[in-house]
Ligand binder design. Structure first.
Ligand SMILES: [Zn+2]
Ligand SMILES: [Zn+2]
Length: 339
């Protein structure tokens, strides 16, 4: 099988690796699509120097083999199932894991290739993975299924924010993550959804995709008023989010932020108005289950379609990486071919 390894800024090569076989409780998935996320973009651009590494953590495919420990078990995945899957490993024994907060596991072991190169597993044409980490997606397109990971992260974010039907929602940042938040808030019956961004192009796209209102940051308060849950999916906008929070409102810090950036709500506002700031990081199995069910249902299919910027055959992964490092995109995918 082939694996893509980023060896330095602007350099990616396809390596031949032994075909995977399933461990007792594993399945083998033939990868059909893998998305390129910020992590891969930063590696290829040279902003994150972790070479060599075989990245790719947003993938989907078809099960081709099932290990003996799960073969035929009721509810277990079967050969031929089309699935999205969780490539993060969680130790299950650290403090956060034992509290059920597996998104915050202290010991996320990675995978390695035959020569010891660190691997995430997505940029390959097949992979062996624990059967508990795969989630069936029915007949949904593989590009949609490959967004299972970011969708699960956004489901986690809505949960962290205590989002409920009827809530007024604002989303700061109209990129892929902002747009997935928007789709989830829509199917969750938000009473209104606003998107805030500095890019007019992204605001126009969000409006076309069904946002109730859009605004540049300086106009947001006037355009949208007070909000019940505000998701910050950009690297800035925390103060604006706090300012927009209605009484009882919650600000969710979804994005990665500069380590020095403070996020504060005054003690009195926190007490009298019960405004709170919470973080949302990564995802948990239940978020995956919810996200995969949404993908399978087709309820957010139109939104997901509009987020597929381009697809490339796996062999042309270098062009795909060049595209994401040269211009703004939602999601670009590589698609391994199989006989
Ligand atoms: Zn990602
Ligand atoms: Zn753990």
């Amino acid at each position: 099988m082939k694996v893509a390894v980023i060896t330095g800024p602007g350099d990616v090569e396809l390596r031949e690796e032994p075909d995977p076989t399933p461990g007792p409780d594993q399945v083998v998935v033939e990868v059909a699509a893998c998305g390129i996320c910020t992590f891969e973009r930063r590696l290829f651009a040279g902003d994150k120097k972790l070479y060599p590494v075989a990245p790719g953590h947003e993938a989907a495919g078809v099960i081709t083999a099932v290990g003996p420990g799960v073969d035929g078990l009721a509810g277990a995945p079967r050969i031929g199932d089309r699935v999205t899957f969780d490539l993060l490993t969680r130790c299950g024994t650290c403090g956060p894991c034992r509290r059920g907060k597996t998104s915050l596991c202290r010991h996320r072991q990675g995978r390695i290739l035959s020569d010891g190169t660190m691997s995430m597993g997505g940029f390959s044409d097949s992979i062996a993975i624990d059967s508990k980490s795969v989630y069936p997606i029915g007949d949904a397109p593989m590009t949609h299924a490959a967004m299972g990971e970011p969708i699960a992260c956004c489901v986690h974010s809505l949960r962290q924010g205590g989002f409920r039907p009827g809530d007024r929602v604002a989303i700061i940042g109209g990129g892929l993550m902002g747009r997935i938040h928007m789709a989830l808030a829509r199917v969750g019956a938000a009473s209104s959804i606003g998107v805030i961004d500095i890019s007019q192009e992204r605001l126009d796209a969000a409006l076309e995709a069904g946002a109730d209102w859009v605004a540049k940051p300086e106009d947001a308060l006037e355009a949208g008023g007070m909000q019940d849950v505000i998701f910050v999916t950009a690297m800035a906008g925390v103060d604006l989010a706090v300012e927009m929070a209605n009484k009882g409102g919650t600000v969710v810090l979804y994005s990665a932020f500069d380590k020095e950036l403070p996020a504060t709500v005054g003690a009195d506002k926190s007490h009298r108005e019960e405004v709170s700031i919470v973080g949302a990081f990564s995802q948990e199995p239940d978020d995956w289950k919810y996200g995969a069910a949404l993908i399978r249902s087709g309820l957010i299919a139109d939104e997901l379609d509009s987020l597929v910027t381009a697809t490339f055959p796996f062999e042309r992964i270098s062009e795909a990486l060049q595209l994401v490092t040269s211009e703004p995109t939602y999601r670009v995918f590589v698609e391994p071919e199989h006989d």
